[in-house]
Design a protein around this ligand. Structure first.
Ligand code: FAD
Length: 351
């Protein structure tokens, strides 16, 4: 078996791992990335053309700083590569005034606008079945980002900075040692960002795999970006999220819980659309018990990033920067105690 050494080995080059690789290489470290598929593949959680990008994150007030860091880093990287990595066309958080969907973004500490029911109806005639008390929070810094494109941009940037990449290699992690079939990597630190494979690699994590399809609907004039901007809509019968079509991609809509009849929901909520999806692609969410990510050291050598809970892509670059700071002992650019894996110490994995 070949033995190779590195300052840091990153396992998994999806959203979080590819960003960590880039931010570590940016610091001049000798860094290796190992991935069991190719770069920008469609077998994990980071594929499907687009993701919602939100700054006023309803999930936790501490996440606005991470999304803001992603925006800063992606804007800079996009300037260097000539690519658009985030497109800011805003996002509507729609729901009852006391719902988390409305209250969460108001607590995020970033500029937002609260729209009355009447303002929402006037602005978005595409919506049907709003309840009389539904209002919306407009997050102007929000929009969409691009999973495959951004992951590839991270990896290319890392390679330009000297990172070594090993693809189509399944690894096992044993403290600071990472093994593939033919190679043993001995590292100062190991970052494990293996998505749905995280529990299998480090064990003892209370993560649950949730198959979550991506659905696209035929484009229509009034459902294009920016006229039909990104949205999250909290309804008693279940949630909806999505965004308008543009530049070769169709209207995207998802439902939560995923077991809901999407054709029935779309027919009711957006009667101007043909409710039959034109494309459905499987994807995977890895849920944590509290819906927040797991980010931090689990022992002196191993740092993990995972438990994306369905809202992680927008934070990828910001999380990559935090992982690099954790691996090098720098102070984190924002407080992330609420993401510390230690909060689940003693919990066990159930898949
Ligand atoms: C349908 C859907 C919609 C979503 N919508 C949004 C959204 O609108 N906005 C948003 O911000 N987020 C959204 N998300 C969540 C977002 O996509 C995820 O948070 C993010 O992609 C998670 O990235 P990750 O790096 O944890 O996992 P992944 O991207 O899956 O990366 C893990 C990588 O590790 C590799 N790996 C695993 N095991 C091993 C091993 N043993 N050896 C080597 N490599 C290994 C895998 O191949 C994979 O490449 C959505 C997710 C889904 C499924």
């Amino acid at each position: 078996m070949e033995i190779l050494r590195a300052d840091v080995v990153v396992v998994g080059l999806g959203a979080f791992g590819s960003a960590a690789l880039w931010r570590l290489a940016q610091r001049g470290l000798d860094v290796v990335g190992v991935e069991r598929h190719g770069v920008g593949h469609e077998h994990g959680s980071s594929h499907g053309e687009t993701r919602l990008f939100r700054v006023a994150c309803m999930e936790h007030p501490g996440l606005a700083a991470v999304a803001t860091k992603s925006l800063e880093l992606w804007t800079e990287l996009g300037r260097d590569t000539g690519e658009t990595l985030v497109r800011q066309t805003g996002c509507l958080n729609v729901g009852a005034p006391d719902s988390q969907t409305v209250q969460g973004p108001l607590k995020a500490g970033v500029p937002v606008d609260l729209l009355t029911h009447e303002q929402l109806v006037a602005r978005q005639p595409q919506y049907a079945g709003l309840r009389p008390d539904d209002v919306a929070v407009w997050d102007p810094g929000a929009g969409i980002c691009y999973p495959e494109r951004n992951v590839r941009a991270h990896v290319k940037a890392a390679q330009r900075l000297g990172a070594r990449i090993y693809l189509e290699e399944v690894v096992e992690v044993d403290g600071a040692t990472v093994r593939t079939q033919g190679t043993e990597f001995r590292a100062g630190k190991v970052v494990v960002a293996a998505g749905a494979g995280l529990s299998g690699l480090v064990g003892g994590l209370p993560l649950v795999h949730r198959p979550t399809p991506l659905n696209w609907f035929a484009p229509k004039e009034e459902f294009t970006l920016p006229r039909f901007p990104a949205f999250i809509w909290d309804r008693p019968e279940g949630g909806l999220w999505g965004h308008g079509s543009d530049e070769g991609y169709a209207v995207k809509i998802g439902v939560h819980p995923e077991t809901m009849d999407i054709e029935g929901v779309v027919a009711q909520a957006f009667p101007g659309l043909d409710p039959k999806p034109v494309k459905v692609v499987p994807c995977h969410v890895t849920d944590s018990p509290d819906g927040q990510f797991l980010l931090g050291g689990i022992d002196e050598n191993v740092i993990i990033a995972g438990g994306d809970s369905g809202h992680g892509f927008k934070h990828a670059a910001g999380i990559g920067e935090l992982l690099a700071q954790m691996a090098t002992g720098e102070n984190p650019y924002c407080a992330v105690d609420f993401l510390d894996p230690a909060r689940f110490r003693g919990s066990s994995s159930n898949g």
